[in-house]
Design a protein around this ligand. Sequence first.
Ligand SMILES: NC(=O)c1ccc[n+]([C@@H]2O[C@H](COP(=O)([O-])OP(=O)(O)OC[C@H]3O[C@@H](n4cnc5c(N)ncnc54)[C@H](OP(=O)(O)O)[C@@H]3O)[C@@H](O)[C@H]2O)c1
Length: 341
Amino acid sequence: MQRHARSFLLLLSLTAFWGTVARAQPDTMKAVRFHAYGGAELLKIEDVPRPTPAAGELLVRVIAAGVNPVDAKVRQGTFKQPGATLPLIPGYDISGIVEAAGAKATKFKKGDSVYAYLSLTRGGAYAEYAIVPEKDAAPKPKNLTHAEAAAVPLAALTAWQALVEKAKLESGQAALIHGGSGGVGSFAVQIAKARGAKVVATASTRNQEFLRELGVDQPINYRATKFEEVVSDIDVVLDTVGSDTLTRSYDIVKKGGIIVSIVDQPAKEELEKRSIRGAVFLVQPNGEQLAAIGQLIEAGQVKSSLTHTFPMAEVGRAHEAIASGHTRGKLVLRIAEEPAP
Ligand SMILES: NC(=O)c1ccc[n+]([C@@H]2O[C@H](COP(=O)([O-])OP(=O)(O)OC[C@H]3O[C@@H](n4cnc5c(N)ncnc54)[C@H](OP(=O)(O)O)[C@@H]3O)[C@@H](O)[C@H]2O)c1
């Protein structure tokens, strides 16, 4: 009898132990974090608390996270993520599957495939789970894998907000995209072509063929040719390079045309002298624009420019590559296996 009671107690305590383990697991997740600003070696994979979605938010099981130049700048401490405290989970682009929807989140439900730009104030993409306000998410384009989709949000939204929102690029106009082979540039070229513009773009020697594949009408090798010597009367310049490239762009813009820079402030006096306009801006999350980009992707007018996928464990290599400023298209971090189609 006593022996039975002892076995029963043992069984009870074992059940309680495994219950605790089983409950603890869903509360944690693997994430890349850094505890101090500095080199790529500071990126570590750690067990951290899994976030919970507040009202209007989605908890997304991340399959892939996009890698952008700003990720490395935040890690180095040269770009301060507003309101951020250390340790920090970097990354701003995700593609994944909705795990849970917070109260008042009605557009998406558990199991939906979504992609999103998480905003520079939020971050947290390099993790098994991430939170995104529902209004900032859009359905993942059906013809893309999650890795291909994670390459899209921040870069394509930047290109969209520059060309469509700021410049109001129209069919028949001429657009010059500086850095056409990069993350932003590769989407900008395709969005400009989809809007019926004539597209000129700059990149180095090894990326000339890539520019042609993207649909560029006039590729320019900036290492061999000064763009201002071969182009003029441009309606819209998108500057992703800055400094000297921006300065040399003033003279090739048509009267009434515009230079949109994502890296440098165009000089007011230079713009006024030539009766041209200028703008600089910081990309904002926007679920509706991302859905519109998704439609162009599903229609085959824009393709994901993913060129390289890194496993989560090689996040340091991904950061070193993106910090070079000379990668082609987009880099992505694989967080989990792609689900079967
Ligand atoms: N303001 C915003 O909201 C915003 C948003 C996104 C990005 N950004 C910033 O914009 C910049 C570009 O971003 P990204 O994601 O496109 O970068 P990226 O993926 O690193 O691409 C950079 C591209 O620029 C090309 N390039 C380098 N020097 C050049 C030059 N002198 N002339 C022409 N092309 C040149 C490179 O091609 P080659 O290898 O052939 O030289 C490379 O393909 C970064 O500084 C990023 O932080 C700002």
